[in-house]
Design a protein around this ligand. Structure first.
Ligand code: MNI
Length: 474
């Protein structure tokens, strides 16, 4: 039965994770690289936002069911500064070699909403189960166009659990043909890289676009683990990066590991990417985390909590090791999320955001869609997640953050000033924790805006590490 599959997979994965977790405890984690994406003024960016949105997977125009008013509300409620914006290969290249400027116009319009509010945008070439073409109703997979979906007549079943489609022969063959494991379709990865070049050509100079997430949750089909990740996956990332750099020298390229395993805390075998740009490489690492006990609905309590904590510890160490192997790449947690009606859900959310702060990672929560996982219900009411995510954070820092930590009504940030950065450090402080404003120790206030909730601090004169402590004004 489906439930038995889940229980068996949980037990197996639990053993794996505990072993990994113990391994992580026994083998010390690398120190965070203190590596960040930067803005045009050279400030280190701490990125907090959502995946927007899953609804884009199935709409004919490829756009999410999301309005500018929705963004305005998110910005006012949580002070987010980042979005992992879902785009799709099917929409970029509806016919082989034909890149849709009309689709890119629609993407650009929505990115303008974010730009108008000072957001940073990562474009996510999203796929799940390869393509809508894997089933006749077009409603199971998403991402790749039908013309790039070669199942060679192999069957695809009908399953209650969407993850099971990954085990169907037709789906595996579609991936095997894309990765050219079959040797039959070397042209497909060329098309994919050229689709990215078309996207980058449009957004290379867009002030809000900070990164390209080359492929969502890659799957190797017949190939799994390091043989896939260090083989065809790294090759695709290199090919796509090279194509992007022919038209865009500065936007970060973010690479993700295969989802299977690494989402649950196991190591990645991803190979390093060469970034042929002038100056420092701009390759970032964007893994996801979804502890299996959560998927089973165990929540964050009791034994499930212990397994989840072991997963997070293992994931943290393995993420740092892979980021180091990629050349001390900055980290963006591209996805994590859960049904926040589960017991202990908000403690889990806090745990993930604290872990992200420890390793200097950006975070895009999965997802912005209405419902039990999201910040707003189907009826539009604010859910418990809004309060949980409305917390202090240093959005842009005039140097390199060394450590930072926050609670609802306190933030402490230690950073190494960069004398070449003249822009101020910018910090978001929620109204809930700072109703009457802020008391600043260790920094000089330039501005405080009660409406936008943004504090700016003068760049320090010295190059010595600085610790700033923010508490509510009396
Ligand atoms: C077997 N494989 C390859 C597999 C299993 C499970 C997931 C998954 O849960 N992913 C987590 C979330 N990420 C996507 C969007 O990127 C969501 O639909 C999933 O809930 C991925 C891959």
């Amino acid at each position: 039965s489906v439930r038995r599959i889940r229980v068996v997979s949980l037990v197996a994965a639990g053993a794996l994770v505990l072993a990994g977790g113990v391994g992580a405890v026994l083998r010390s984690d690398p120190a965070p690289a203190e590596s960040y994406l930067t803005d045009d003024q050279g400030r280190s960016l701490v990125l907090r936002g959502f995946n927007t949105a899953s609804s884009a997977k199935s709409t004919p125009d490829g756009m999410p069911d999301f309005t500018e008013a929705d963004l305005e509300r998110e910005h006012a409620d949580m002070g987010t500064n980042f979005v992992r914006f879902l785009i799709s290969w099917r929409s970029v290249e509806p016919e082989p070699g034909v890149h849709s400027q009309e689709y890119l116009d629609r993407v650009e319009e929505r990115i303008g909403w974010y730009a108008d509010r000072g957001y940073h945008v990562m474009l996510d070439m999203h796929q799940d189960l390869w393509s809508g073409a894997i089933t006749p109703d077009g409603k199971t997979g998403n991402g790749a166009p039908a013309w790039a979906t070669y199942m060679d007549g192999l069957p695809v079943g009908s399953h209650d659990m969407w993850e099971q489609y990954y085990l169907d022969p037709g789906v595996i063959r579609a991936f095997d043909n894309f990765w050219d494991t079959t040797g039959a379709h070397p042209e497909l990865s060329e098309h994919y890289a050229n689709a990215w070049r078309a996207v980058a050509e449009r957004f290379a100079d867009h002030p809000a676009v900070v990164a390209y997430d080359l492929m969502n949750e890659p799957y190797g089909g017949t190939l799994q683990g390091p043989v896939f990740e260090a083989g065809p996956l790294t090759a695709l990332y290199q090919k796509s990066t090279d194509a992007i750099r022919t038209v865009d020298q500065d936007t970060w390229v973010c690479v993700a590991p295969q989802a299977m395993g690494t989402n649950w805390g196991t190591p990645s075998g991803l190979g390093a990417i060469t970034d042929n740009r002038e100056g420092d490489q701009r390759i970032a690492y964007c893994p996801h985390i979804y502890p299996l006990p959560m998927d089973l609905g165990g929540g964050y309590e009791g034994t499930s909590r212990d397994l989840v904590d072991a997963t997070v510890a293992s994931w943290r160490g393995n993420t740092l090791r892979t980021a180091a192997a990629l050349g001390d790449a900055p980290i963006i947690l591209g996805e994590f999320g859960l049904d926040t009606t589960l017991p202990g859900a908000l403690d889990y959310v806090d745990r993930i955001y604290a872990t992200a702060a420890e390793i200097g990672a950006g975070v895009s929560y999965w997802s912005r869609d209405p419902g039990p996982w999201g910040p707003y219900g189907e009826d539009g009411t604010a859910r418990n997640l809004v309060t949980a995510l409305d917390t202090p954070y240093p959005r842009a820092v005039a140097g390199t953050p060394i450590t930072w930590a926050a609670s609802g009504d306190r933030l402490e940030l230690t950073f190494r000033p960069d004398r070449d950065v003249s822009a101020p450090t910018e910090i978001y402080l929620p109204r809930s924790g700072f109703p009457a404003g802020v008391t600043v120790d260790g920094g000089e206030v330039l501005t405080w805006d009660q409406q936008s909730r943004l504090l700016t601090l003068r760049p320090p004169q010295s190059g010595e590490d600085v610790t700033v402590t923010l508490t509510p004004a009396p």
